[in-house]
Write a protein that binds this ligand. Sequence first.
Ligand SMILES: [Fe+2]
Length: 467
Amino acid sequence: MAEWCADHLRSCAAWKEAGLELSTTSDENAKLLDGAIRQLVSWSDCTVLGGFHETLVGMTAADPDGIMSRTFIVALTGLGTEAAARDPTFAESMDKLEKDAEQYGNTREKRHVRAAVLWGRGKHHEAADEWDRIIDDYPTDLMAVKFSHDAHFFNGNCVGKKNAVEKVINKWDKDLPCYSYLHGMYAFGLEECGLYGDAEKEADLALSLNRFDCWASHAKAHVLEMNGRHKEGKEFMYKTEDDWRQGWMIATHNYWHTALFHIEIAEYEPALEIFDREVANRFNRSHSLLDMVDASSLLWRLELEGVKVGKERWRKIENLGKYIDNHAIVFNDVHMGVALYRQEELETERKLRESLEKYSSLHSEDNCQISKLIGLPLYDGMLNYARSEYDSAAETMFPIRDKVVQIGGSHAQRDVFVQTLIQSCIMSKDQKNWSLTPQLLIERETMKHDSQLGQRLAEKFRRMHPL
Ligand SMILES: [Fe+2]
């Protein structure tokens, strides 16, 4: 990231002057918190600060009891879907933070703690509401804007994601650090609301202000994907690759988008190369569940197109067994289930399914209900497809297709479920299932214009079910 990240980091006095007072008395803690927020918003390491992880270490060392810095880490852990309420260490850190904030946190900090802890304990919608209310009172509170934007993403709330940025963007002084990143965030919110023209303008503006804004590149990729501009999308990603790949926190996902452009225009070899060279390797370094989702989704999409990716590629998504009781979001579980099945790790897959079902019967977290009503049928439908049980897959997934948005992610990410349902219907034996295909193709085309992949699905349907 450019050096500006480390410039003019706010001391305790500067945070107060900005109307965002902190209770810590450590200037180092306050400054590194600022640096951590800036790096997270830019999805990049600041080399001057030694990178994101070093910044977090330094920030904590400077004041291990700092309320806002600990809140940042709790929210980051929760929103990164790496830990959930049932993780004892995470639960303990939340309990202590809550107690300490009550004793010596200021009003804004207490509200941040409430939001972060709500998210961590699985109250995802209440958490997003709390971050939104903080933004209403503190429009330049970038930490609240970023966490609200992310929370709405995981909640499948397109409008919330757009509004979190829309309501503050005109209240910011253009000279404030990270101002340009608001345009990239806004672009993604607009895109998810289907406002593709406005989204592209915002993404282009963000990139004209800062070509290294990899979230703006990502938003532009979404616009090009949803508008069927796949060749242009592929060219855009390669032309700007040196700019966006610096944002390592989102680089795997941006490579995944590049592969999607290839798949849409039936260029499967380059998509496989991207998996081998970038996606699999990056997952093996990060072991991030967000990278796991991209890896699983990419191989599954290639298989849907008839590409034999091979078990060895699936096995590159390794060590999934340690995540089977995580259940931070069911979006992850579904991607993990198909990967385990394709790896022929059938016992681990069975344990994941059992654990998810047990978890779904709880009522303490938003994700329990979503898992029960949408996640489990979706999981079963995807696994039915994997077992070539196409009628069962179609019958399981068709009734929930309008609700899948609630498991979170983007339209482009959830298209993997849409494609699987359409393929299931096409290959069903029962006419009541295969006759649903034309309707589903129209629904997909409405969201995702001029899709060559959609045309190939329509041709396959006509081939298999001639009039
Ligand atoms: Fe994306």
